[in-house]
Write a protein that binds this ligand. Structure first.
Ligand code: PMP
Length: 324
């Protein structure tokens, strides 16, 4: 079916394809939501559009206003796409270590990019964003890490798309957690449909979401970009009670998988998708072996963005040469 023309790229956010991962074990299919099909090429276009439209509707922001967000990149691109079409200015505060491609795209969309030192981490970027907002009238910091609209965007769009595509036959949802908005929106929807749906939160080894489930979790550096946390207390959207298990994936396994996904399955996806795929496939194996009991024999995951955004970091080189 050919879709009719639409008025703006904003209307093309969402309705992304759901594609089988061929490496899944028989008889448990794994489906990945391909979020690089969004206009800004990542899952974060969903929250960019959703948060700004709701804030305008509710009067938290008025046309001509400024949106200031501390962001590692994809959220900036998503917000910049939406801001440009909704008569809003966008300013992003980005710690230096994040990929230059993302920062160039934010600027191309008309946004201003301000860098903060890598050593100050995301905390430094958040602080700077609030300082800037205090200096301006009609400015907001959506703060994706603490804004319930982030989770709501996925509850209202990503989740119904998945459930519609699979006629509700979802046994497990396994997805990476950065802010955790994606997984929490899916998890809330899933648990309302079937309380026994398995929910797996994916993070790199060295990240500390596992500690919220009473596990020891050893803090360490990781190269996988977009997921994980060094301070779960600042990731206010993560609801441990909605999660069955936190599934850790090593950088090495995520990297091998993103390369396999390109070579064998034609997916140009990045490291967080590699991690999600590894964890989803492991979950499918556990369902196939009878270790996990789920309402339907299927696993859904999310591939958040595209590898093209990380070529300058050597994403397709050897693991040692990959500069995460
Ligand atoms: N992967 C990538 C590449 C991302 O940019 C993000 C967002 N930080 C995620 C995964 C995780 O999504 P969420 O913030 O909804 O947990």
């Amino acid at each position: 079916m050919t879709a009719p023309p639409v008025d703006s790229v904003l209307e093309t956010v969402g309705r992304t394809p759901l594609v089988s991962v061929h490496a899944a074990p028989d008889p448990v299919p794994v489906y990945a939501k391909l979020e690089s099909f969004n206009p800004g090429a990542s899952v974060k276009d969903r929250i960019g559009r959703y948060m700004l439209e709701r804030m305008l509707e509710r009067g938290a922001l008025s046309p001509g206003g400024t949106v200031i967000e501390p962001t590692a990149g994809n959220t900036g691109i998503g917000i910049a796409v939406a801001a440009g079409q909704l008569d809003l200015e966008a300013v992003f505060v980005v710690p230096e270590r994040f990929s230059v491609e993302k920062q160039q795209l934010m600027a191309a969309l008309g946004a201003e990019v301000i860098n903060t030192p890598t050593s100050e981490g995301m905390g430094g970027a958040i602080e700077r964003a609030h300082e800037l907002a205090d200096e301006l009238d009609n400015a907001v910091v959506p703060q994706q890490f603490a804004n319930p609209l982030n989770t709501e965007a996925h509850y209202e769009t990503t989740a119904p798309e998945v459930y519609g595509a699979l006629d509700g036959e979802v046994g497990a949802v396994v997805a990476g957690c950065g802010t955790a908005g994606t997984l929490m929106g899916l998890a809330r929807y899933a648990r309302e449909r079937h309380p026994e749906t398995y929910i797996g939160a994916v993070e790199p080894e060295g990240s500390l979401y596992a500690t919220t489930k009473g596990e020891d979790g050893e803090e360490g550096e990781y190269k996988t970009e977009g997921i994980g946390t060094h301070d779960p207390a600042t990731n206010e959207l993560f609801e441990p009670e909605l999660v069955d298990e936190v599934l850790q994936v090593s950088d090495r396994d995520s990297h091998a998988e993103l390369k396999r996904l390109a070579r064998e399955e034609g997916h140009l996806v990045a490291s967080s998708a590699g991690a999600a795929s590894v964890a989803a496939l492991r979950t499918a194996e556990r369902i196939a072996s009878g270790e996990l009991d789920v309402p339907h024999d299927s696993v859904v995951t999310v591939f958040p963005d595209s590898s093209e955004r990380y070529l300058s970091k050597g994403i397709y080189r050897s693991f040692e040469e990959w500069d995460g």
